[in-house]
Write a protein that binds this ligand. Structure first.
Ligand code: AMP
Ligand code: MN
Ligand code: MN
Length: 333
C-alpha cells in the first residue's frame, strides 16, 4: 500500500456525491463496523450513502444490534444496480460479496478497504494493509486523511471492528497504535462496556446448551498437522434448528474449541441451513499458516484465523483438510 493508493482513495471519496458500501457475507464486527463507521462519516459530510451485504436474508446478528447508522442498510435487492463508486470492506475476494458480487462488474469505480493477506486486489483502488489489526484501522486512517472528525456515531462501529478482530486486544496484531486508536475512539464517549458485553458476554441459554453439546463431541486427532494435533467439532443444521439458533449465533464456538492445548489447529464445521454447505472455521496457535491452507481450499483469511466453504460432507471435508494440514510447513516460533 503506497501514498499514491491513499491519495487515490481520498480523491475518490472527496469528490463523491453518492457512495455504495458492501461488506462480506456472514458479516462479523469488523465487516459491519468498518462499513457503518465510514458510512456514518460520509453521510455526515453530505454524501448519499447506502450499505448492504449479499446474504440471502440480510440481517444483522443480534450481538451487533446496538450498532448505530444501521439505517444506511438496504436489502440486497434494493442495492444500486450500477453504483458510480462502490466501496468494499473486510472482503478479501469477489466471491465473499455473495449475491452482490456482480456489482464489481457494473460499478464505475471500486475502492477496496481490507487487511486480509489473501486479498486478490479486485478493486480499481486497493487499500489493503495485512499488518492492520482490522479493516476498521484502515478506515480510521482514511477518515484522518479526509479530515473528517470522529464522532460517537462513527467511533462505536470502528471500535466494534477493532475489538472483534483483536479478540479484545489479545492477538499479536494489537500494537501500541491499536491502543492509541482505541483511546481516541473511547474519548468520543462511546459505551465500550456495553459494546463488549453485547459482543462477548451475551448469549441465549439455547446457545449455552448447544455449545455444551458440540464441545462434548469434539474430537482430537493428535497425529494431524504432522504431529501438532487437530481438534474439531461440527454444528449441524439440525443442532441449530433444535435450539432455534441461526448460523450467525454460533460464530463463537471456535473460540472455545481452540483453547484445547492438545492441538495446534482447531476447526469448527458449520452447516449452513440455507444452502447445506459447510462453513469451515480454522484457527492455529502460531505454528501452522491456516490462512495459506484455507486459500488452497478455496477460502481465505489470516495466518492464524481463516476459513472456507466446502460442498462435501463432514467426513470428506475433514479428510481433505487433514491432508492439506499434513502438507503445510511448520512455522518457526
Ligand atoms: P471465521 O472462522 O468465520 O471467524 O473467519 C476467520 C477468518 O477467515 C476471517 O478473516 C474471514 O474473513 C476468513 N474467512 C472465513 N470464511 C471464509 C471464506 N469462505 N472465504 C474467504 N475467507 C474466509
Ligand atoms: Mn471479517
Ligand atoms: Mn477483519
Amino acid at each position: 500500500m503506497t501514498e499514491r493508493d491513499w491519495d487515490d482513495a481520498v480523491r475518490l471519496l472527496d469528490h463523491a456525491d453518492e457512495v455504495a458500501l458492501l461488506c462480506h457475507v456472514g458479516p462479523d464486527g469488523d465487516a459491519l463496523g468498518s462499513m457503518l463507521g465510514l458510512g456514518a462519516a460520509l453521510r455526515g459530510k453530505g454524501v448519499t450513502v447506502v450499505a448492504s451485504f449479499g446474504d440471502e436474508r440480510m440481517s444483522v446478528p443480534s450481538s451487533y444490534a446496538y450498532l448505530p447508522a444501521q439505517d444506511l442498510l438496504v436489502k440486497p435487492e434494493d442495492f444500486p444496480a450500477a453504483p458510480a463508486l462502490l466501496v468494499t470492506f473486510d472482503t478479501g475476494s469477489a466471491d465473499r460479496l455473495g449475491s452482490l458480487a456482480d456489482r464489481l462488474e457494473t460499478a464505475g469505480t471500486t475502492l477496496v478497504l481490507d487487511h486480509h493477506a489473501s486479498n486478490t486486489r479486485y478493486g480499481t483502488v486497493n487499500l489493503v494493509e495485512p499488518a492492520a489489526a482490522a479493516t476498521a484501522v484502515v478506515v480510521a486512517e482514511l477518515l484522518d486523511r479526509l479530515g473528517l472528525p470522529l464522532t460517537a456515531e462513527i467511533a462505536a462501529p470502528l471500535y466494534t471492528g477493532l475489538v472483534t478482530d483483536t479478540g479484545s486486544f489479545k492477538y499479536a496484531a494489537t500494537t501500541p497504535a491499536v491502543h492509541e486508536l482505541a483511546a481516541r475512539l473511547l474519548a468520543t464517549g462511546i459505551r465500550h462496556d456495553l459494546i463488549s458485553r453485547s459482543i462477548w458476554d451475551t448469549a441465549s441459554l439455547s446457545y449455552v446448551r448447544l455449545l455444551g453439546e458440540v464441545c462434548a463431541r469434539a474430537q482430537l486427532d493428535p497425529a494431524a498437522a504432522r504431529g501438532l494435533g487437530l481438534v474439531w467439532t461440527s454444528v449441524r443444521a439440525e443442532d441449530l434448528s433444535r435450539h432455534g439458533l441461526a448460523l450467525s449465533d454460533v460464530e463463537g464456538v471456535i473460540d472455545v474449541v481452540r483453547t484445547a492445548v492438545e492441538a495446534e489447529v482447531a476447526v469448527v464445521l458449520k452447516e449452513d441451513p440455507s444452502t447445506g454447505l459447510l462453513r469451515v472455521s480454522t484457527r492455529s496457535k502460531g505454528a501452522v499458516d491456516v490462512g495459506a491452507v484455507c486459500v488452497g481450499l478455496g477460502g481465505g483469511g489470516h495466518r492464524f484465523a481463516a476459513g472456507y466453504t466446502s460442498s462435501e460432507d463432514v467426513d470428506a471435508t475433514l479428510a481433505r483438510l487433514t491432508s492439506a494440514l499434513q502438507a503445510a510447513p511448520h512455522l518457526a516460533a
